[in-house]
Design a protein. Sequence first.
Length: 491
Amino acid sequence: MNSKSVSILAFLSALFFSPAFAGKPNILFFFVDDMGWQDTSVSFHSSETELNRQYRTPNMERLAKKGLLFTSAYACSICSPSRVSLMTGQNAARHGVTCWTLRKDRSPERPNKKFASSQWPLNGLQPVDSKITRSYQSNTLPQALQKAGYRTIHAGKAHFGAQNTPGADPQTLGFDINIAGCHIGGPGSYHGDKNFSAQWRNGEAIWDVPGLEKYHGQQINLTEAITREAISAVEKSVEDKKPFYLYLSHYAVHAPFEPDRRFLPNYKDEKWKAHQKTYASMLESMDHSLGQILDTLDRLKISDNTIVVFMSDNGSPGNNPQNTPLRGSKISGYEGGTRVPLIVHWPKITPENQRTNSPMIIEDIYPTFLEIAGVEMEQKIDGQSFTDILKNPTTDRSKRPLFWHYPNLYHLPPYSSVRLGNHKLIHWHLTDELELFDLKNDIGEKNNLASQQPQKVNLLSKLLGNHLRETKAFRLTKKSSTSFVSYPDEL
Ligand code: CA
């Protein structure tokens, strides 16, 4: 073969094997923990808020300019249910993992004089063949993508199954690679020089972040360490010519609140409390990671064949600055607990620099990613693909109800709720109170319309009650009568 035909062959094989021609697009899910709707310099509200002006997230701005921003995206109000919904496509009422998980066979719930806990699956998500009691066993999103030829990469926080169960290890749930994920929902420390462990402050070893020993003793932030490892895994996948699903699930910006020393000097305003400066540095650190990832896609020339989705798993906790205009915080049934940032860039499909008010909820990610990857759905799920919104941001979804269910006795009151169109009904389990809000005119949920609009209350109560019956949702028991908490349409 002469040198000319060798170079033609090399050109043709490069063309054929280049990731852009490999058929299936790469999917990158950039998942932030406990980041509120307003905890960013990107405006998700109809006007810029004070927090938008205070925080620095230039790479979120960069992604938003490229893609579609969702102003009405929702998750569950706490970590584990959001993550199980994402993995299974099921609504929290159906999978039942409605509160956070950690220790095997132990609930984080607190005793209550009047109500008793349910038998909810406190051991979290488990593989279908596991023998773990009180768990939800299901096929998963990464398993489906794995079967379709994707390399499935888990980087960061897993928090799917309880300690010492199979589901604690992401590799039992469809991930080929696991970087730093296990049963924990928060890291012992963000500092490499503290070995990412809480033991230096006499914290328990149960919070130790696994698998990053090579960074122990170094002045490196956990977010940076996870990003570097994730980038290496992406490079290897591109080198091996495999489409990838990167689940880059940062521990940030969840507690413990420890500053990222690289970014803390950017926040010097003397009027700010130390906690807000720390939190702002964690947000900027997370955003810096997003920038590194977007740069990597550009450097590897795969930006045009990689879908990037940015999302948070629940609202900002109560100790962070309030996400005004929203009411409530993480774990709450109000919008501050459930409404989250979402930005999607699907090259050549999503319109550039646009916004949509069409609502979606976290279980919708599962069917959306399978549709984008061209993978057949194997199981019946609650989630609905939102590729229609990605293609047309004005898609009308006002007839699609969204449901939340949190029947647990933790530090905020248990509730179930439904949003249909602009209206949202909340049933508070401990008081049997119903609240009705018009989110279009009252995003802060200040005006309870329940007594003024009984027909709307009836409609939404029936919808919610039927959903809870159909999904066989777990409910608290009233100790006085040993009967379950009522369905909203029985009140
Ligand atoms: Ca969370």
